[in-house]
Design a protein around this ligand. Structure first.
Ligand SMILES: Cc1cc2nc3c(=O)[nH]c(=O)nc-3n(C[C@H](O)[C@H](O)[C@H](O)COP(=O)(O)O)c2cc1C
Ligand SMILES: C=C(O[C@@H]1CC(C(=O)O)=C[C@@H](OP(=O)(O)O)[C@H]1O)C(=O)O
Length: 357
């Protein structure tokens, strides 16, 4: 089983990810991992932090001479900004800085301090921060290299920023929000293709591929909805206009002329590209802050402001690519098993022969 955990605070020394269950013999391309790390840092509207960080993943276990060993793979991504936060983020000693007591609406600040019984909101925001997604992208980049064994590639695109749909309008909308001390969200799409039929299962709720993909993408900070294929527009359309009719040709096998299903039927990939869209809410930290209540004395004040992104939809799309890759890697290994890449390839090949007959 391919599983992973991440650890690390936004302004702590580093983020760490441990992945278990990668078959032995996967030849890793570290440069390719770092290409995705850099892509996640891009996008107009990101804040000052991205000028400080130059994210690179360092592999500290599970790989020898570029090849996975089947043992857990550990990756470390250093936080360059740690240098500026050593006093406020010291593991031991006394807090040096002022406590944050004005929870931002829309962030984990208030529910987090209530749940974990903290009086300094920094104790919550450090881990709630989407800085953590750097570790997920590192894991996802390895998952992408694993699913490439089955020929699957993943792409993404930004479709909407604050209602704007062309690139020029999107850039303008972000610039305007920044000037106004406001923030924006939007919609992005992720596509995985080609995906063989048969990943996921209809037999149990938690084995459906759409269940797992939706949960994985929803787990990204600030993502508030996921749809597959025609998605919410299904509500307006009759069955005759939405279901993808089935055809067969000797050379091609089964195929569809439409892909309203977004590549999944009954929780199982159907051989068409997997297409999902997700919506990201606007960033909660506002330079013109919203009303809140001071958790120290319960007086009405304005929410905490600090360095922040104005819009991070492009970055979130790269994170979603990673999460989709991880779920597909898990589903691939669940279906085909294999402690080594050679075993995995063989199982995929014999399945391909079987379904083509
Ligand atoms: C790539 C990325 C960057 C983000 N940057 C910021 C940011 O700079 N400031 C901020 O307040 N929230 C930012 N967020 C959103 C918060 O992390 C998120 O709203 C918060 O963790 C609360 O989680 P929720 O929105 O899922 O409820 C970012 C999210 C992502 C995916
Ligand atoms: C650090 C990253 O994103 C951060 C996500 C984030 C948040 O609240 O989610 C707040 C900001 O952090 P900082 O306060 O250090 O500027 C973003 O920069 C990153 O994506 O690598």
């Amino acid at each position: 089983m391919f599983r992973f955990l991440t650890a690390g605070e936004s302004h702590g020394p580093a983020l760490t990810a441990i992945i278990e269950g990668i078959p032995a013999g996967l030849q890793l391309d570290l440069d390719q991992i770092n290409v995705d790390m850099a892509r996640r840092q891009q996008g107009f509207g990101r804040g000052g932090r991205m000028k400080i960080e130059k994210d690179k993943a360092e592999i500290t276990s599970g790989v020898r001479f570029g090849s996975t060993l089947g043992s857990p793979v550990t990756m470390v991504i250093s936080n360059r900004d740690w240098e500026n936060w050593q006093e406020q983020m010291a593991v031991f000693g006394q807090s040096q800085g002022a406590e944050i007591t004005a929870p931002r609406p829309g962030h984990a600040d208030l529910p987090g301090v209530l749940k974990y019984q903290r009086h300094d909101i920094r104790d919550i925001l450090e881990r709630a921060s989407a800085r953590e997604t750097a570790a997920r992208v590192a894991v996802g980049a390895i998952a992408k290299q694993l699913i490439a064994v089955a020929g699957i590639t993943i792409t993404s695109s930004v479709l909407n920023i604050g209602g704007a749909q062309t690139e020029t309008e999107m850039l303008e909308a972000i610039a305007k929000a920044k000037t106004a001390g406001d923030s924006l969200g939007g919609i992005f799409q992720v596509m995985a293709s080609p995906v063989m039929p048969g990943l996921g299962s209809h037999v149990q709720w938690d084995r459906r591929l759409d269940t797992r993909l939706a949960a994985a993408v929803m787990s990204i900070q600030a993502i508030k909805g996921v749809e597959f294929g025609t998605g919410f527009a299904y509500a307006n359309l009759p069955g005759s206009q939405v279901h993808d009719e089935i055809y067969y040709e000797n050379k091609q096998g089964y195929y569809r002329r439409t892909n309203n299903a977004g590549g999944i039927e009954g929780g199982i990939s159907n051989g068409e590209p997997i297409i999902l869209k997700a919506v990201m809410k606007a960033i909660p930290t506002l330079m013109k802050p919203l009303a809140t209540v001071d958790i120290a004395d319960k007086t009405a004040i304005k929410a905490n402001t600090e360095r922040s992104d104005v819009c991070a939809v492009a970055a979130a799309a790269v994170v979603a690519e990673a999460m989709v890759a991880i779920v597909l890697a898990q589903s691939l290994l669940e279906k085909f098993g294999g402690d080594s890449i050679a075993d995995l390839r063989q199982a995929i090949n014999s399945y391909r022969i079987r379904i083509s007959e």
